[in-house]
Design a protein around this ligand. Structure first.
Ligand SMILES: NC(=O)c1ncn([C@@H]2O[C@H](COP(=O)(O)O)[C@@H](O)[C@H]2O)c1NC=O
Length: 513
């Protein structure tokens, strides 16, 4: 048996090589890999010994040779192939262990130059992987150190059927791996060219976990990540059951809701149901923020997902533990908080920060394709805001408008938020008309005992008619923030003036479909 080993990630290499040698394998290796094996006292041939060529061009050419690829690609069941390689003194290679230059890691490294990154485009490695994987009937190809033990186990067992099944699985893994590797290279080139939406977009994502089911129990599902340990994958689960599909979706909604408050010195808390906040507030402490958020709509908060921007201390945990919730996510939890919340066996506790990558694409599936757009940029306040009414907002109203504008950004459209004193008191979400969203926000607020007089209102898009403003005035709203831009803006502003309201245009729309 001949095994060729050429790996950048040398994890587990020596143990694997020992195992292969114990099975009678002769080892062939490239420069650094051979050195690592010799350092461990193992006997290994340099690839240049079999190719008769030195490694050259700073390692750009090492294994790109017919002796290597002939040994990998020759079909053992075709006498013509075997005769051909024999005629050129080429020996079959039975096991190939290759992992590739760390292209993605290098491209992500701050300060890496274009040359640094280009040099990390592995050529010989993927070529060997593909040759070996194509000839998987005869060659065992290993791209992932996590597979070393299993490979040794099956080779030792020497059961032909087990080996056949393993080789097929490993070959499939290779093509998925090289496809993802090339997708990362293509994405890097597109980025270098400033091509945000290249002619061909290849998304390579990795299964992070299987899920019990999807949005509904009769839908199968899994969670895929772009990079392990990033985004939601950066959160550490400190208690509770496994996360579900809907939990992950709602966690994203909860983090979207608190994102605009990342720079806020006070604590911010969002309680989310079906991806939209049913309460959002800022407060001096985690507990205050939570209780203010809860007060918005305690009925809907049942079974919700809570996100906090500050550590959850014992006090906050004690208060949260009185409500049935699915998940709590926060940058930290005190040991006491973990103990209190941990008593609730079903409550998923998620610790850490999961900032969104601002450069990442936002992707939505439609039948037959994907809609791809920039992520919604950070929600800004004051910038580009214009007072369009006779009356300007008071300082207090302006504070409420700033809060309401940041709050409405995460509410499903059509979205209207009523807010006062750093808390939402009424949320009208996901309505098909703005006037209904406006009605719902006021109606829910009053139904839950909130006084809507003197509140601020944020609308995620312009009011197409004055009716929404009239309705808000009837509910006692005193100040409105909205993008503006309707053909009937004049009518809408006139309505606000009639009611003595202050109105601010932001010039920015915040739809969330
Ligand atoms: N140029 C070649 O022929 C070639 N053959 C193998 N490699 C890569 O070289 C790396 C191992 O190099 P070393 O054994 O020198 O540490 C592996 O990641 C392998 O994929 C090559 N490098 C780049 O293409």
């Amino acid at each position: 048996m001949r095994a060729l080993l050429s790996v950048s990630d040398k994890t587990g290499l020596v143990d694997l090589a020992r195992g292969l040698m114990a099975l009678g394998a002769e080892l062939v290796s490239t420069g650094g890999t051979a050195r690592a094996l010799r350092d461990a006292g193992l006997q290994v041939m340099d690839v240049s010994e079999i190719t008769g060529f030195p490694e050259m061009l700073d390692g750009r050419v090492k294994t790109l040779h017919p002796v290597v690829h002939g040994g990998l690609l020759a079909r053992r069941d075709l006498p013509g192939h075997m005769d051909a390689i024999a005629a050129h003194d080429i020996q079959p290679i039975d096991v190939v262990v290759v992992n590739l230059y760390p292209f993605r890691e290098t491209a992500a490294r701050p300060g890496a130059t274009r040359d640094d990154v280009v040099e990390q485009i592995d050529i010989g490695g993927p070529s060997m992987l593909r040759s070996a994987a194509k000839n998987h009937d005869a060659v065992t190809v290993v791209v992932d150190p996590a597979d070393y033990d299993e490979v040794l186990g099956v080779l030792r067992g020497a059961a032909a059927e087990d080996l056949r099944v393993l080789r097929r699985r490993l070959a499939a893994k290779v093509f998925a791996h090289t496809a993802a590797y090339d997708a990362a290279i293509a994405a890097w080139f597109a980025e270098q060219e400033g091509d945000r939406f290249p002619a061909r977009l290849t998304l390579a994502v990795e299964r992070a976990q299987g899920l019990r089911y999807g949005e509904n129990p009769h839908q199968r599902a899994a969670f895929y990540v772009e990079r392990r340990g990033a985004g939601l994958g950066a959160l550490v689960q400190r208690g509770g059951k496994e996360l579900s599909f809907n939990n992950l979706l709602d966690l994203e909604g909860a983090l979207l809701a608190t994102d605009p408050f990342a720079d806020e010195t006070r604590a911010c808390c969002a309680i989310v149901k079906h991806t939209t906040p049913c309460g959002l507030a800022i407060g001096a402490t985690a507990r205050e923020a939570y209780e203010k958020a809860l007060a918005c709509d305690p009925t809907s908060a049942f079974g919700g997902i809570i996100a906090l921007t500050v550590p959850v201390d014992d006090e906050a945990a004690e208060s949260i533990s009185r409500l049935f919730v699915e998940c709590v996510v926060a940058p930290e939890f005190t040991p006491g908080a973990i103990e209190t919340l941990g008593r609730k066996k079903n409550l998923r506790i998620l610790e850490g920060r999961a900032p969104a990558d601002p450069r990442a694409l936002d992707v939505k599936r439609v039948r037959g394709g994907l809609l791809v757009q920039d992520r919604l940029p950070a929600v800004s306040v004051d910038d580009g805001w214009t007072v369009v009414t006779d009356r300007a907002p008071t300082d207090e109203e302006l504070d409420d408008l700033r809060f309401a504008w940041r709050a409405v950004a995460s509410v499903k459209s059509n979205a209207i938020v009523l807010a006062r004193g750093g808390a939402t008191i009424g949320i009208g979400a996901g309505q098909m008309s703005r006037v209904d969203a406006s009605f719902l926000a006021g109606h829910k607020a009053r139904q839950l005992g909130h006084d809507t007089a003197g509140t601020a209102l944020a609308s995620d898009a312009f009011f197409p008619f004055r009716d929404g403003v009239d309705q808000a005035a009837a509910a006692g709203v005193r100040a409105i923030v909205q993008p503006g831009g309707s053909v009937r803006d004049a009518e809408v502003v006139a309505a606000a003036n009639e009611h003595g309201m202050a109105m601010v245009f932001t010039g920015v729309r915040l739809f969330r479909h």
